[in-house]
Design a protein around this ligand. Structure first.
Ligand code: SAM
Length: 282
């Protein structure tokens, strides 16, 4: 079964009376190499896929994994997936919204609590919330490999101080090391989106290298720092944590940064330094 064939995709859709749902970010892959390369990059023994669509990437993951659980929100696609994945006995499809799914229970029930590789061609309307949900859920993660808009991939992988660096770069850097794997042109999807995509691989840290006193404060600092990019960190964080500008200035300079530094210059490790000092007094 070649699910990347344009005529196959069209037939599956028309035979099942389906149309592509833009509101669910339904752009299906129609290139044979991309799902293989994505699965090669992202599969492990236990795989959680988000948004299997008609099962194109799922099949490639199933060939490489011990077990795949695929969570698809669109109930119209479930009968299609039953057909397209019928030759695999290591795939479980769950009809649910990933944002409303209890991931801890899912991993316990399906993978016996083992480490999971998340691999997905993500729906673009909800990329960041899905990524943050995966990382914040506390499930045991080995790797997260996702296809996202190229611009989002650039932001996820950006280094502190670069033009693309933002809150998502610093937030994801807390959990793992992100690498841009490869670019995927818009024309390799049906229907073709307006923008190109890229696959990002995030190797999740076994032990977080940043010693933070309060994870909540760490993420509060990042959110505040990038919420008001033009302001200096002293101005932003003194307001955020109800500290005087002088107190905040001491914290920032004690960490070794200039008093007028902005958040965009600080790496996750730098934010952890600032957090340690703020959490000591707050
Ligand atoms: N994996 C397929 C592929 O690569 O061709 C389809 C990827 S398509 C970009 C995104 C898929 O995510 C769609 O099948 C869509 O229905 C599904 N989806 C959208 N929002 C979702 C959500 N909140 N939870 C689970 N699946 C979702």
């Amino acid at each position: 079964m070649r699910l990347t064939d344009i005529s196959t995709v069209k037939n599956i859709m028309s035979e099942n009376g389906l149309s592509f749902k833009k509101s669910l970010g339904q752009n299906f892959l129609i290139n044979e190499a991309v799902p293989c390369k994505t699965a090669e990059t992202g599969a492990g023994e236990y795989v959680l896929e988000i948004g299997p669509g008609i099962g194109t990437l799922t099949r490639e993951l199933a060939k490489r994994a011990k077990k795949v659980v695929a969570v698809e929100i669109d109930s119209d696609l479930i009968p299609v997936l039953e057909q397209t994945l019928s030759d695999f006995d290591n795939v479980t499809v769950i009809n649910a919204d990933i944002m409303k799914t209890d991931l801890v229970s899912l991993v316990k029930e399906n993978f016996n609590g083992k480490k999971v590789c998340v691999c997905a061609n993500l729906p673009y309307y909800i990329t960041t919330p899905i990524l943050m949900k995966i990382f914040e859920s506390g499930i045991p993660l080995e790797r997260v490999t996702v296809m996202v808009q190229k611009e989002v991939a650039d932001r996820i992988c950006a280094e502190a101080g670069s033009a693309d660096y933002g809150s998502i770069s610093a937030a994801i850097a807390y959990y793992g090391k992100a690498h841009r794997a490869f670019k995927v042109s818009a024309g390799l999807f049906m229907p073709a989106p307006k923008v190109d995509s890229a696959v990002v691989r995030i190797d999740v840290y076994e032990n977080c290298p940043y010693q933070v006193k309060s994870k909540e404060n760490f993420f509060r600092i990042i959110k505040a720092a990038f919420g008001m990019r033009r302001k200096t960190l002293v101005n932003t964080l003194s307001g955020e944590f109800s500290l005087s500008k002088q107190q905040m200035c001491e914290i920032i300079t004690d960490c070794g940064f200039p008093a007028d530094v902005r958040g965009e210059k600080l790496s996750a490790a730098d934010f952890a330094l600032v957090e340690n000092k703020i959490s000591k007094i707050k």
